[in-house]
Design a protein around this ligand. Structure first.
Ligand SMILES: *Cc1c(COP(=O)(O)O)cnc(C)c1O
Length: 405
């Protein structure tokens, strides 16, 4: 029940679903974030891989202001030129022929799964309904997304599991092949580099192999590149590292809008053939404001210069972080991931380590398998990377002293 007392704003009125850091943020610029007391942090969370160009990138700010004066929202019952422009960029850069715009990654996943089942119905095989996902996956928080990922702590207590969502084990290729060969399988969905699950990268040869099996068996391949896409791994999309692994459907979000909420479900014309007038929709998805910002973000991120920076600085990180692991085996047991989707598997509890890093003015994200993730903006400089490593080193020293105490 609500009261009429005039107390100060407080977290008590926010639904308590997040384990939030005791840090109230106020302002950001590039890889820097300041809290309300003026304390400065180096931000290697970047909104969980969302502020791909850092905070308040001048080009995005300019476009946001300009479009804000022009037109924010119209319904999808009208043509929206910005959608057509962004769709051209996305389809020119990928396997895809068509795009559906959403406000989030989860909605892009919903669209992908619906597109896959609808394809088989349109294709005269309505019995193909099974969706295969992997353990350790994260696809968002809708019912379909939590059932596809299957993380027990996200599905429990929400009623019965949805039927026809099947879980495969990451890395167990023979068992996966058998599932793909089932005549009731509609699609396989996974992240080429798992994010939340702890920065696990699928080997490139496995991507090619899975693509071949799904093709041979008439099963649609869906990539969730919500986190791994838009330059995060040093290529525009993580599966671009493999030689012949383009999917039928792909979900993108997070860095697509550089921090503005927008997502997209991309598909080949064939895979999208069931998505006809009236079968799907969104009120906000792809509105002019989101499109203007996302076009500007895309043009910056897709630049060779941005992608080269990720590969170069990621090389430095890999070398330095492996050095830290060798010097602090009592703190870091594994360095994994790809590009700027970096995971450190820890000995101390990752939540505690995140707090210690914060005390050293470095922000890092959590992850499954007791990892912390470094997800810096794609334009992080080598100097900033050096600073991040120094702060991590101090954090490791602190962790070691703490364990000895
Ligand atoms: C964040 C994320 C999602 C969900 O995106 P939302 O915008 O939070 O709905 C889905 N898949 C992956 C891989 C993600 O990292």
């Amino acid at each position: 029940m609500s009261t009429t007392t005039t107390s100060a704003p407080s977290p008590d009125h926010i639904m308590g679903v997040y384990n939030r850091a005791p840090l109230a943020v106020e302002r950001g610029r590039g890889a820097r974030l300041w809290d309300t007391s003026g304390e400065e942090y180096l931000d290697c969370v970047a909104g969980i891989a969302t502020n791909g160009l850092g905070h308040c990138h001048p080009k995005l700010v300019e476009v946001l202001k300009e479009q804000g004066e022009k037109l924010w929202h119209v319904s999808n019952i009208f043509r929206i030129p910005g959608q057509e422009e962004l769709a051209k960029r996305l389809t020119d850069a990928t396997f895809a022929d068509v795009v559906f715009f959403t406000n989030s990654g989860t909605e892009a996943i919903e669209c992908a799964l619906k597109t896959a089942r609808k394809y088989h119905t349109a294709n005269g095989q309505p019995e193909r309904v099974d969706i295969i996902g992997f353990d350790g996956s994260f696809h968002g928080r809708s019912y379909a997304a939590i059932n596809a990922a299957g993380n027990p702590s996200y599905v429990e207590g929400f009623g019965p599991r949805l039927p026809n969502y099947i879980q495969a084990k990451w890395g167990e290729m023979d068992a996966l092949k058998a599932l793909i060969e089932q005549p009731t399988t509609a699609a396989l969905i996974f992240e080429p580099v798992q994010g939340e699950g702890g920065a696990r990268a699928m080997p490139e040869a496995d991507l090619d192999q899975i693509r071949a099996w799904t093709r041979e068996n008439g099963v649609l391949l869906i990539y969730d590149e919500v986190q791994s896409g838009m330059g995060r791994t040093g290529k525009l999309f993580a599966h671009d590292w493999a030689s012949d692994a383009a999917p039928d459907i792909m979900c993108v979000a997070k860095a697509l809008g550089g921090g503005f909420p927008v997502g997209a479900c991309l598909a080949s014309a064939e895979a999208a053939k069931g998505m006809t007038v009236g079968v799907h929709g969104s009120t906000f998805g792809g509105n002019p404001l989101a499109m203007a910002v996302a076009i500007a973000a895309f043009d910056e991120i897709a630049k060779e210069e941005t992608l080269t920076n990720v590969r170069d600085v990621a090389g430095y990180f890999a070398q330095q972080l492996n050095g830290l692991k060798d010097r602090f085996p009592d703190v870091i047991v594994d360095v994994r991931g790809k590009g700027f989707l970096i995971g450190l598997k820890l000995v101390p509890v990752n939540r505690e380590f995140m707090g210690w890093a914060r005390d050293h003015k470095l922000l890092v994200a959590g992850g499954g398998d007791n990892c912390v993730r470094l997800l810096p903006p794609l334009n992080l400089t080598l100097d900033e990377a050096r600073e991040a490593v120094e702060k991590l080193e101090k954090t490791c020293e602190f962790a070691r002293a703490k364990a000895a105490a």
